[in-house]
Design a protein around this ligand. Sequence first.
Ligand SMILES: Cc1ncc(COP(=O)(O)O)c(C=O)c1O
Length: 439
Amino acid sequence: MIQEQERKQMTIAEQKTASVLARKKQYLLPCVYHFYQRPPVIVRGQGVYLHGSDGKAYMDFFSGVSVNHLGHCHPAVTAAICAQAATLCHTTTIYLTEPMLELAERLVAIAPVAGGKVFFCAGGSEANETAAMVAQNYTGRGGYASLLNSLHGNSKLTLSLTGVGFWKTDLSPLPAVVHGPAPYCYRCPFGLREESCSLECADALEKTIAAAAVPVGCFFLEIIQANGGIVVPPSRWFARLKEILARHRILLVVDEVQTAFGRTGRMFASEHFALQPDIITVAKSIGGGLPMGAAIISEEVAARFTQPRASTFGGNPVVAKAGCAVLAVIDKEDLVANASRLGDVLQTGLRRLQERHACIGDVRGLGLMVGCELVSADGGPAAKMTDALLEEMKDAGFILGKGGQQRNVLVFMPPLIIDEEGIVRVLQALDGVLQKNVT
Ligand SMILES: Cc1ncc(COP(=O)(O)O)c(C=O)c1O
């Protein structure tokens, strides 16, 4: 409870924030944490801006964790949602409706899987669960492999697949899951440098797979480890991965929950590395802000999955229509190319800042999915500094994200509709905040 004396000294906006925080504490599980010591209450979103109850506008450089590719309340998405909501909101997939077919047709046309059939569900964890079931059914093997430092969801299996220590809270993770080391070159798990590296991490992955107690049938890959701190494997690692998977006849499931639909400067991140996954999972941005997940499965693997499986909200007509609108706008406004071009501008700008600010240890990413790893004077992860910078950037009017095993990576994932001026402004603001030398 806020004391009366305290309340009197607060502005109206501060009182509002204090009351929202108190209600959150009272009614939500304590695990539902929020960013910032002094969080704004977000009341509205428009384009690349979020608006707080304090009357301030914040440029959104996190997009609700890579969801709002078109920014907030894009008129085409809002119109599609409203029109469908006024016509038919829900039936479930046991009845025939067309919007989900319209979306499935578009997804199959653009996804780099051979042929393709779609299973719709309500989010990324569920899409990955579906991928695991479908893969297991095809290979007849019940073991799974993934990478340390990846994130695949919050259900039992997907938490077991997850390799970010911060999230691994399950006391009984599934023993059928094994993890290989992440190809995280900035902090190589084998202490190697590019010149001396023979992809020891890939060798270790293969050994882990070969020694798994439950034979591995599929490998889950988060191409850019987003929550793990925007870790992008080197190109040659992908070539080795393909050999390993072929040798052990393992299916490839690429989790594109954060990376799909232009975020990385290609429609799918798989395209950067000429991957043709057996299954691609998507969620987040495809619903235009509404919940949706989907597994896009190759014709051959899908054909054998005939047993019953359903998801109550899978293929919901309102979300399917929103999804169609999202894809149409990405196409019409050439947002994939925008992400590629402005991602380069952002990375170049951050590298310039790196020359002047020793606390920027590494800048990496693809397209508009960029991470900036912050380090202390001895090169160790600077988690406290990251929180301080996030707070100061928010006060300067910019909402950034955070990731990394040690939570010391600033994450930039603005809506794909961002323009160059927005990128220049965030770089200037970061420069200003860094000059104040927060510790
Ligand atoms: C790469 C990745 N996969 C899966 C998930 C799980 O998605 P959801 O929260 O929709 O279940 C997330 C969530 O952040 C994610 O980042």
